[in-house]
Structure formats: C-alpha cells, structure tokens
Unconditional design. Structure first.
Length: 299
C-alpha cells in the first residue's frame, strides 16, 4: 500500500477505539472486578469481608474443582480428535474429486454451528433417551436390545457422551477453517507430489499436513479455548451429573456463585479458569514450536 493511501497512525487508533472500548467494558473490566472480588468473602450483599488468599487456598484443596478441570481436559482431548482431526479429514474429502455437490456438503456440515448450544443439547437428549432415543432404538432394531442404556446416567463414559454433541456442533466450523487453510496450498506442489506417486493418505500425511500447520495450530488453540470454557452443553444435558461426574469448571463456578451465593469464591474460580486455560494454550503452543524446531519446520 502506498504512502498516499496508508492512513495515519492516529486515524487507525480512532477506528480501533470503539472496539477497544467495548472489549474493555465487556471483557477486561469484568476480569479485573472478578480478580478484586476473589480476595473477599462475599454473599452478594453490600458487605464484603477481605480474606486475602483464603479463597485460593481453598481452591487448591477443592477436589470437585480439580475433578471438573480433569473433565475439561478430557473434553479438550476429545475435541481435538473429533473437531480438529475429523474436520481436517472432512476438508480433505471435500477437496477430493470423489465428492460431488461440494457446496451442499459445506452448507450442511456448517449448519449445526448456527444452532444454539441448548438446542443441540435438547436434540442429543432425545438421541440418548432410554425409551424413545435414536441410539437405543437403533440398537433394538439391530437385535442388540441388551446394549440399550440410560446413557446420561453412566458415570464412566459420561464426559465422552457430553463431548460428542459439542464436536458434532463445531465440526463444520473447523472443516471450513481447514478448507480455507488447505485452499491456500499451491496447487503446483500437489500436482508435482501426485506425479511423484504421492496420492491419498501419503499426499495428506507428507504434503498437506506440513503445509497446513499454521491452520492446524490456530484450530487447535481455538478448540482448546472452546472446550476449556465449555458450559452450555453440559448444563443442558446433565447439569454436571450424575453426581459431579460430568461437571466442568465453568459449571462449578456458576453453581458456586449463583446457587450457593459465594461470589468471592466464585470469582476465584473464574480467575483459575482463565489461568488454566491460558496455561493449556501456552503449553500447546510450546509443544508445537518444539516439534517444529526438531523436525526442521514440519510439525
């Protein structure tokens, strides 16, 4: 862009100022307020009692919170497989010559992303329902009625069962994100690879994945952030049950603040969620960079 067309620095700042003000009011100020309130014992009334680090000391010994953190980690693992991994596979299929009506497939895959999480949870509650659910109905129709379960009452695989609707809703978004990244790959590189005999899985593994590593990194970070703050699907599907088997950090913070009226401790939980999420993102970024350095530029 030439100097004549480039806006001045103060003009750019003026354009960004409304967005920065809204972001500060909606995001930054609540975080600062939560950090301040985390040092108080507060039940929502006008009186706050300063207790220093007591909320954080209690948090370190709170088994329910750390169980919820482990559930978030498992949801993130399932999300990386079911959202980023399958999204990449679907993007490869949509780029292949085998799939027809690609526009329709893109639209249908993205459609669940436009629905509210509560609607997705309601649909999957019907799928998991013991009496008339689609899953048990299919098992009974296949002669496997003894496998029918009250799925949302199972404590073992409950985190996986809750993660499936989340992956189903978001896989279309990650598929389109992967398509955008893969579309930027030089077609001449792919043609040369095909001439050298790299087709199918070999072309995807040795050519497309290394060239799409920036997109994969961004998708992985988005998936981690989304699953570490997951709330709506779990709240609508199970409410954290059975017991606390499917509870996640955001749900536990919500229950602590708005059901038990411990706003000070709930604020400490909110700060812990932000800190742990940022730590997960940082570890993922460092891991990717370390692998990239070891492999000389390829993931």
């Amino acid at each position: 862009m030439g100097k004549a067309l480039r806006p001045k620095g103060w003009l750019l700042l003026l354009y960004l100022l409304p967005g920065l003000l809204v972001y500060s009011f909606v995001v930054l100020l609540p975080i600062l307020a939560a950090f301040r309130d985390s040092f108080y014992s507060w039940t929502g009334g006008p009186k706050k009692t300063f207790i220093g680090m007591d909320n954080y000391k209690e948090l370190l010994q709170d088994e329910v919170f750390w169980n919820a953190f482990v559930n978030n980690v498992w949801m993130t693992v399932y999300g990386l497989i079911g959202q980023v991994g399958l999204g990449f596979v679907f993007a490869l299929l949509l780029m292949s010559k085998l799939v027809k009506m690609k526009g329709l497939h893109r639209t249908m895959s993205y459609f669940p992303s436009t629905l509210a999480p509560v609607i997705i949870a309601f649909l999957w509650m019907m799928i998991y329902n013991y009496n008339y659910g689609l899953l048990n109905g299919g098992l009974r129709g296949a002669g496997l009625g003894e496998w029918a379960q009250s799925w949302l009452d199972l404590t073992g695989p409950i985190v996986l069962l809750v993660s499936i609707p989340l992956s189903w809703q978001n896989i279309g978004f990650f598929t389109l994100l992967m398509l955008a990244g893969l579309s930027s790959i030089n077609k001449e590189v792919l043609e040369v690879a095909e001439l050298d005999g790299a087709t199918g899985v070999r072309k995807a593994w040795y050519i497309m994945i290394p060239l799409a590593k920036p997109t994969l990194l961004v998708a992985s970070l988005l998936c981690i952030a989304n699953n570490m703050r997951g709330f709506e699907h779990v709240f609508a599907l199970t409410g954290g049950g059975p017991g606390n088997a499917s509870s996640v950090m955001a749900l536990y913070a919500y229950e602590t603040s708005f059901l038990r009226f411990r706003y000070g401790y709930g604020s400490a939980l909110a700060i812990a969620i932000i800190t742990l999420t940022m730590l997960m993102i940082l570890l993922c970024t460092l891991f990717m960079q370390k692998r990239q350095n070891k492999s000389g530029g390829a993931l």
